[in-house]
Design a protein around this ligand. Structure first.
Ligand code: NAI
Length: 448
């Protein structure tokens, strides 16, 4: 959605005078390989060797060390360009072990291709007890978030924290982070546990799954519905009756079904379960995306602004989950993904109601993920940053430009970036990821 400002800074004149240009991000394309340049897999942790085997079996060229220089076809020496750099530091236990970040990391970062991915693997410090071990692993978070801020040209850096024997979870997270699906996920820490799960069909990871997406008539919700359908799911698209035409258009486009229901209605959850089960036989995945803003400084906040935001963004999820998780609802192994916001992490002026509701959503993820672990149901959230939608197009010019540029990727994200992350969390292969809030924000300085 280019506006006047984006058109001006992208103009030939602006380029000639050196105005910084955001890099066109590499996004997921089912026709393209996971990564089209070699991936350097370094470090001596638990996971490096099996990741090399896995990448090799998927036709990705892997390197165990960085060649000093590759010889270009014209005979001149030029550094080899890396599509990815995976550094396994899961066994680092002493601060001295972190020097590997510098020794291997420095030349590797200089060799990254445009849109490359840096993925560091560590051990979840909460599973360790020795103070020095915890300190060493905790240090990785600061290192990786800083690396992400140093990278340019669309490259990202993220940290995967594993527990002992989290092999499948690590593989799933590394696959996501190397792929175009994670284009706008930067500077994040994703924890994986030791649950096992895999995608029976890697080309269509959501095949034979029934997914309910609320707020699916437009914006991010419509894109979530499209991406999930592309990945094989049968989608129930839910939105308010007033959005009925747009909702029907989305449902028809993706060969799903439309359900007109206001998520704040007392019977919304039971109607969703009834529709999904009678029409499609199950309810495997629920994406709580419907949300509204009614911004006002708290000093001027009226009851209706406060109440409506709380009702749609927070209370409705609590209410719907009761029916969805009750008898005849979601079976074991299901997936719940909520849409929070970085406003729920950092707060935002004029958004006390919205920030509270979205922080509450994170609370749901914390508590419910623990409660449902024994049923193998995962509960996660994404927290979008500045995403180019109708909602953000209405934000006043100056605020909009600050939101759009103040992140490490120097641009806004797109609804598809949020949708890809949600679709990954919904995969059977993401069984090891629960209780997480993944920010899809290009490492926004807000809430950093
Ligand atoms: P949007 O306003 O374009 O779409 C929201 C959809 O939810 C609409 O189709 C609307 O009809 C539906 N909806 C609203 N109230 C409903 C209700 N009571 N029952 C059923 N459906 C209802 O918003 P957008 O931008 O697509 O946002 C989607 C989600 O992402 C929201 O939860 C929002 O808070 C969140 N978000 C968006 C960000 C952005 O930059 N656009 C940033 C952070 C979070």
């Amino acid at each position: 959605m280019p506006d006047l400002f984006s058109t001006i800074i992208g103009s030939p004149v602006a380029r000639r005078v050196g105005v910084p240009q955001p890099t066109r991000l590499r996004r997921f394309d089912p026709e393209l390989p996971l990564c089209d340049s070699p991936v350097l897999v370094a470090g001596n942790g638990h996971y490096a060797a099996s990741l090399v085997d896995w990448l090799d079996s998927h036709g990705i060229t892997t390197l165990r060390e960085l060649p000093s220089a590759a010889t270009a076809s014209d005979g001149s020496a030029e550094p080899a360009r890396l599509g990815g750099f995976v550094l396994d530091l899961s066994e680092a236990r002493d601060p001295g072990d972190l020097d590997v970040l510098r020794v291997i990391g420095a030349p590797a970062l200089k060799s990254l291709a445009r849109n490359a991915r840096v993925v560091v693997i560590g051990t979840d410090p909460t599973t360790l007890s020795e103070v020095a071990h915890v300190a060493t692993q905790r240090a990785l978070e600061g290192a990786v978030r800083s690396i992400a801020k140093e990278l340019r040209r669309g490259a990202t850096a993220n940290l995967v924290l594993a527990q002992e024997s989290s092999s499948e979870g690590v593989r799933s997270a590394v696959e996501f982070l190397l792929s175009g699906r994670s284009a706008y996920v930067d500077g994040q820490v994703i924890r994986v546990n030791d649950r096992t799960g895999s995608n029976p069909d890697s080309a269509r990871p959501l095949a034979r799954k029934v997914a309910v997406v609320t707020g699916a008539a437009r914006g991010i919700g419509a894109e979530i519905a499209r991406v999930m359908a592309r990945d094989g799911a049968t989608v129930v698209a839910v939105d308010v009756p007033a959005a009925g035409d747009a909702l029907a258009a989305v449902a028809n486009e993706i060969r799903g079904t439309a359900l007109q229901v206001d998520v704040t209605a007392a019977d919304a959850g039971s109607r969703i379960v009834e529709h999904a089960v009678t029409r499609h036989g199950a309810i495997d995945i629920v994406v709580h995306n419907a949300g509204i803003t009614r911004d006002k400084l708290l000093a001027n906040m009226d009851e209706s602004r406060w109440g409506s935001v709380m009702a749609v963004n927070l209370r409705s999820i609590l209410q719907m989950n009761e029916a969805i998780l009750g008898a005849g609802g979601m079976p074991d192994g299901g997936r719940i993904v909520c849409v929070a916001s970085i406003a729920g992490i950092a707060g935002n002026r004029g958004q006390t109601n919205y920030g509270a509701s979205k922080a509450g959503v994170i609370g749901i993820v914390d508590a419910l993920s623990a409660q449902l672990a024994s049923r193998g149901i995962t509960v996660n959230a994404v927290a979008p940053g500045f995403i180019e939608t109708e909602m953000t197009a209405r934000v006043p010019f100056a605020t909009r430009e600050i939101g759009r540029r103040m992140n490490s990727l120097q641009q806004g994200g797109t609804p598809i970036d949020v949708a890809e992350t949600i679709a990954w969390l919904a995969q059977p292969g993401s069984a090891a990821v629960t209780g997480q809030v993944v920010r899809v924000c290009g490492q926004s300085l807000l809430g950093a």
